[in-house]
Design a protein around this ligand. Structure first.
Ligand code: AR6
Length: 168
């Protein structure tokens, strides 16, 4: 899989799937979650509600899919990152699981290009350098005949610098 780094807003990215850093309610929030729901429109929330009614909350590390409403992507993959509580080993594993489960789900949908935000590094306070390393390691480990390109979308300068170093 090819790996790309883009600085900017994930709602503007052209990819088959974009990943949302959601919370376990799946009912929206701030940060990238708020931006995706605002730009994508009410259809995404409607589908999230339907998933909630079907299967209940989305646990940390898990991923679910909806269509992407008004966005140019086909799918939004919603995954729930861990809140950073200084339990490095446990929270690192959970963050890696978010990337793995999102990629697995994308693959099952025939997704060729997928864009990730820097999951857990905002409201959930995961250290950005460690989160970046986990994201890049997990994507590099994932071998796929379906997914051709993974785009890391960095919104802030600090994440952009971290990912640049990791991908060099
Ligand atoms: N495009 C790409 N990245 C973005 C955008 C955007 N439009 N906006 C923010 N980021 P956060 P979390 C970056 O807080 O830490 C929500 O309320 C941001 O710079 O969005 O996983 C959910 O509902 C940061 O690096 O997600 C949950 O309750 C990264 O996205 C909670 O926040 C993640 O920051 C999840 O917290």
């Amino acid at each position: 899989m090819k790996i790309e780094l883009i600085k900017g807003d994930i709602t503007k990215i052209h990819a088959d799937a974009i990943v949302n850093a959601a919370n376990s309610s799946l009912l929206g929030g701030g940060g990238v979650d708020g931006a995706i729901h605002r730009a994508g429109g009410p259809q995404i929330l409607e589908e999230c509600r339907a998933i909630r009614n079907r299967q209940g909350k989305c646990n940390t590390g898990e991923a679910v899919v909806t269509t992407a409403g008004n966005l140019s992507a086909k799918y939004v993959i919603h995954t729930v990152g861990p809140v950073w509580n200084n339990n490095k080993e446990k929270e690192s594993k959970l963050l890696a699981t978010c990337y793995y489960n999102s990629l697995k789900l994308a693959e099952s949908l025939g997704v060729k290009t997928i864009a990730f935000p820097n999951i857990s590094t905002g409201v959930y306070r995961f250290p950005k350098d460690l989160a970046g390393k986990i994201a890049v390691d997990e994507v590099r480990k994932f071998k796929s005949d379906v997914i051709e390109k993974v785009i890391f979308v960095c919104f802030d300068d600090e994440n952009e610098m971290i990912y640049k170093k990791l991908l060099d």
